[in-house]
Design a protein. Sequence first.
Length: 330
Amino acid sequence: MENTTSDQSIFKYLAGELSADEQVQLKKVITEDEDVKKRFIDLREIWLVSGLEKEADDYDWKRAFQQFKSDVHTYEQKNRKRPMLIKTWFSVAASVAAVMVLFILTYLQPFSADEPARLVSITCPMGSRTHVFLPDSTSVWLNGGTVLSYFDNYGTALREVTLDGEAFFDVVSNADHPFEVISGTHHVRVLGTRFNVCAFADEQWIETTLEEGSVKVYSPNAGWTYRLNPGERSVFDKQNGQVITSEVSELSNVIAWKEGLLKFRDEPLNQLVKRLERWYGVDIVIQDAAIQNLRFSGTVSNESLEDVLRIFKMSNGINYRMKEGVYHLY
């Protein structure tokens, strides 16, 4: 097929506008033509980060296709100037510097229920933040050091994602297919709402904070269930299995990271250091136990890590030095 024709068919498939007969024809072409197969994989990657949302009944896929072709053209122009073996994506989130998202998409979207589902993983490296869309147009912001995974049959029966890290979700409502975030034994289930989950595998707690709507936080293994209302947060202790729910005094501080702001209020240094490591993509070591419980409040936007550490020194007398790429506080 000519590029424009095949691009249009692929786009309609991604947008859910391709008929069953057209799907069979597209699959046949992809199977027989390696160039079209490669084109399909490339365009699907662009689709995932292009932000083309499907608007209910008045969705104009032809207009969206024109925008999509523009995205493709931009992508191809960049690739001609700088070829890459592994595709990396850069976007600007508010006042945050350019961020990179590595999509591990070494598969072809299945067209048949007989084909096994494959795992899609989206990695947001330390020191970056990014915004992506899931196949159902659910919007997800990823914080540094986060991995979000789902199977490529997402949305056909279940809308499940696995999270290791921090993400803010703006979930498209679908009463027939609940959306679920899984982090170990910790599950968050919603129909359509906006909420933040902080669930790093190497940390003791999993925090879920609800901005609007309603969410159910539960563990199928332990048998506990909590329902959150807007402005509430649950904290799950992975060591003892206990859950504490509370109101959030300043919700904007919790989700400010997705707008390029790192806000902290009366936070001990030993916890703040972990956030700074992910924010700047560096390693920080607290050398003296005497300073690890010193508490700080503030907002970081465009400041460098050295700027922040200089403020620590001025306000609390904390010194720092870099040795072999690691910041040491003392």
